[in-house]
Design a protein around this ligand. Sequence first.
Ligand code: ZN
Length: 73
Amino acid sequence: MPIFEYVCDECGERYEKLVMSKSTKIACPKCDSSKHTIQLSVFAAPANGAKASNGGSSESSGGCCGGACGCHN
Ligand SMILES: [Zn+2]
């Protein structure tokens, strides 16, 4: 679902709105101004760096699961 972050042009308040349609009224919760700048939501950013740490290290000595599941004696 599209959540957008806005910065009020009048008072600088940052707020987020769940936008269901283009007719959704956007107004600052602080000063009720409709003047705003749309920021990129953090939820919309691709998380490409998350997989970088899973490089298959040989440091683990307990087999597939470290012995926690009992499949390894
Ligand atoms: Zn405002």
